[in-house]
Design a protein around this ligand. Sequence first.
Ligand code: ASP
Length: 313
Amino acid sequence: MTKPFSIAIHGGAGTILKEQMSAKLKREIIEVLSASVKAGERVLSSGGDAIDAVVEAVKVMEDSPHFNAGKGSVLTHNEMVEMDASVMHGAEMDAGAVAGVRHIRNPIELARDVMRDSDHVLLIGEGAEKFAFEHQHPYTEQDYFFTERRYEQLLSMKEKGLFALSESKYPDDKKYGTVGAVALDSHGNLAAATSTGGVTNKKYGRVGDTAIIGAGTFAENNNVAVSTTGMGEYFIRKTVAGDVAARMRYLNEDVHTACEVIIQGELKAMGGEGGLIAMDAQGDIHFAMNSSGMYRASIDTSGELTVKIYADE
Ligand code: ASP
């Protein structure tokens, strides 16, 4: 008998306005979420490793303009795309991450290459790109990542002198659009992956939680895999993903309790908005958010596919 496997993904948490969400946009987002979770499930059902499942799932969302990762990433103050990504494999607690990359089509694949093919965990900027080009990642022009929507968001943020979230015409403009995945494979391995363009109007080489192991991404076999989304400055200081793992490891809390204590309790009390996905060693999934919605999907150990957007679903 094959051991159970399971996968969950997110496409960012935040305010998603039901009344502004057109049927067409909703359908398109649901299609990408389903395609993403199914891409991961294909890897798992053929006996593949959890790390390859989460990377494949995240890639589908990086390639879609609807999410803040890869194509469709938000713009910096200087009107550039600068992306962060990380992966972690729970067997040996191997990890790889990149920050501030500008010309890499799928930063999540680069993060996996950093994990597998370098002696390091986190590479940044030009150095990360040099490593990428030496490892068969083609140079991708900035134009590929640009979308009109992100440009409008940047202009509206610049006008207000803010960074992070904008208020313009899209139903999910107040949503952190980072993408992520967690999986349990049939060998008992847990893995997590997270990828983002960061926050709109960011300056000075700002890096968020998505590139930071223990903040945005964490995986530990026989315990839990976690991927987060929200305002990175809070998630870094609260070491959110690592904290979920620590609560389960030291307090023997179940995955549901550990996630809720942090997202609804300590993180919220600090003022941190966002959410996370987590999977325990049995393949049990928990989606947590302290916002009105989070794009999310899963295929559980019984093979059931679920796709949701709003917190009250
Ligand atoms: N966590 C990301 C960051 O702060 C943003 C997001 O979740 O969309 O860079």
